[in-house]
Design a protein around this ligand. Structure first.
Ligand code: PHE
Length: 339
C-alpha cells in the first residue's frame, strides 16, 4: 500500500506538471480525489490494515494527499494567470487608455432664445400657439387681407408647393387659425419657422424663425401694444433698453408700425452692430385690421387687438453676438458647442 501511495504521487505529480489547461487539471483532480479516484480507493482500503500498519500508512497517505492538493492548487493559480494573460492580450484591452467621453447635446441658440422669449410672454399671461408650415393661401394671405394682386404674393417671395399650398411666409396665419377656433380674450405667441425664397447672405436665409403675438379683447389700443413690447424688450435685454415705433404698412394691421429696440451694443450712441443707427429693427406690429377680425368671426365693433411679428434669429444674433445668420443654420458642432 505504501508503494501504491508513492506510485500515485509520482504518477500524478508528473501529470500535474505536464497539464496545460484548467479543465484538464480538474480531470486529474477527479482522477485522484473523486468518488472513483485512485487516492479515494486507497483510503477506503485502509480499513483492512492491521492496527500497527494503519497509523504508518495513514501518515503517508496524509502526506501524499497534502502534497498533491498543494500541487494542484499551485498549478491552478498558475494556469488561471496564464489564461487571463492570454485573454487580455487577445482582447487588446488597454485599461490605461482614457475612456471615450460621451458628449452631452447642446441646445441650439435659436431654441434657447425662443424659449426665453416664450417664457417672458407666458409670464405676462400669453399662451403658446402653433400652426402648420405648409399653409393654404387663404390662411397665409387672403384672411390677412393680402389680396390676389398684392406684391407679397409674388412668386419671388413665396415657395409654392403641390396642391395649391404655400410654405408659410410668416407666422401671421397662426393668428387666423387661432381666432377661427377661439373667442376673445385672446393672448398668444406663436414661434416657428417661416420660408421665403430669399437670397442667402449674412442677414438673409430662405428659412428663418419668427414669433407672432396676438392680443384681442374689448378696448385694446396701441398703448397696450407699446407697453407689451417695451416690457418684453426690457425683460429680454435689460432695463436700459428703449423701444421705438415707426409708422409702416401691413395689409393685416391698421395702424401699422415697425418696432426698433435701442442697440444693446452701444446703448443708442451708434456702433458697428447697429451700423451707427443706435436702433435695431426687431419686427412689425400694429392693431389687427377690422377685416381680419371679421374674417375670423370676431366682431370688430366689439373687439380690437394688436399683433406683432419679430425675427427670432435676429434676436439670437444680438443676444449671443453672432455676426452671420448662416452660422445659425449650418449646424457646425464647433460653433453650437459654445452655447
Ligand atoms: N407678418 C409680418 C412679417 O412677417 C410681421 C407682422 C406681424 C406685422 C404681425 C404686423 C403684425 O413681416
Amino acid at each position: 500500500m505504501k508503494e501504491d501511495l508513492i506510485a500515485i504521487e509520482t504518477k500524478f505529480s508528473a501529470e500535474i506538471d505536464g497539464v496545460d489547461g484548467l479543465a484538464a487539471l480538474d480531470d486529474i483532480r477527479v482522477a485522484i480525489f473523486g468518488k472513483k479516484g485512485e487516492m479515494t480507493a486507497i483510503l477506503r482500503g485502509m480499513g483492512g490494515l492491521s492496527a500497527e500498519e494503519r497509523p504508518v500508512v495513514g501518515q503517508i497517505a496524509n502526506e501524499v494527499r497534502a502534497a498533491l492538493e498543494d500541487k494542484i492548487k499551485e498549478k491552478k493559480s498558475l494556469l488561471s494567470k496564464l489564461e487571463m494573460d492570454e485573454k487580455l492580450s487577445k482582447e487588446h484591452l488597454d485599461i490605461t487608455l482614457p475612456g471615450i467621453k460621451r458628449e452631452a447635446g447642446h441646445r441650439h441658440p435659436v431654441a434657447i432664445v425662443t424659449e426665453e422669449i416664450c417664457r417672458i410672454f407666458m409670464g405676462m399671461g400669453y399662451e403658446i400657439a402653433e400652426g402648420p408650415h405648409v399653409e393654404t393661401e387663404y390662411h397665409n394671405f387672403e384672411a390677412l387681407n393680402i389680396g390676389k394682386g398684392h406684391p407679397a404674393r409674388d412668386e419671388q417671395d413665396t415657395f409654392y408647393v403641390e396642391g395649391g399650398k404655400v410654405l408659410r411666409t410668416h407666422t401671421s396665419p397662426v393668428q387666423i387659425r387661432y381666432m377661427q377656433n377661439n373667442k376673445p380674450p385672446i393672448a398668444i405667441v406663436a414661434p416657428g419657422k417661416v420660408f421665403r425664397s430669399d437670397e442667402v447672405d449674412a442677414t438673409h436665409s430662405p428659412d428663418f424663425n419668427q414669433i407672432e403675438g396676438l392680443f384681442v379683447d374689448k378696448g385694446i389700443h396701441m398703448g397696450h401694444l407699446k407697453g407689451a413690447l417695451t416690457v418684453f424688450a426690457k425683460s429680454l435685454f435689460g432695463d436700459d433698453i428703449k423701444t421705438r415705433f415707426r409708422p409702416h404698412h401691413f395689409p393685416f394691421t391698421e395702424p401699422s408700425a415697425e418696432v426698433d429696440f435701442s442697440c444693446f451694443g452701444c446703448g443708442g450712441s451708434g456702433c458697428r452692430i447697429c451700423k451707427g443707427e443706435g436702433w435695431i429693427e426687431m419686427g412689425g406690429c400694429g392693431m389687427v385690421h377690422p377685416k381680419v377680425l371679421a374674417a375670423c368671426g370676431i366682431d370688430p365693433d366689439v373687439y380690437s387687438g394688436f399683433a406683432f411679428g419679430m425675427g427670432i434669429d435676429r434676436i439670437a444674433m444680438q443676444r449671443f453676438n453672432i455676426p452671420d445668420l448662416r452660422l445659425l443654420f449650418e449646424n457646425d458642432i464647433q460653433f453650437l458647442k459654445q452655447f
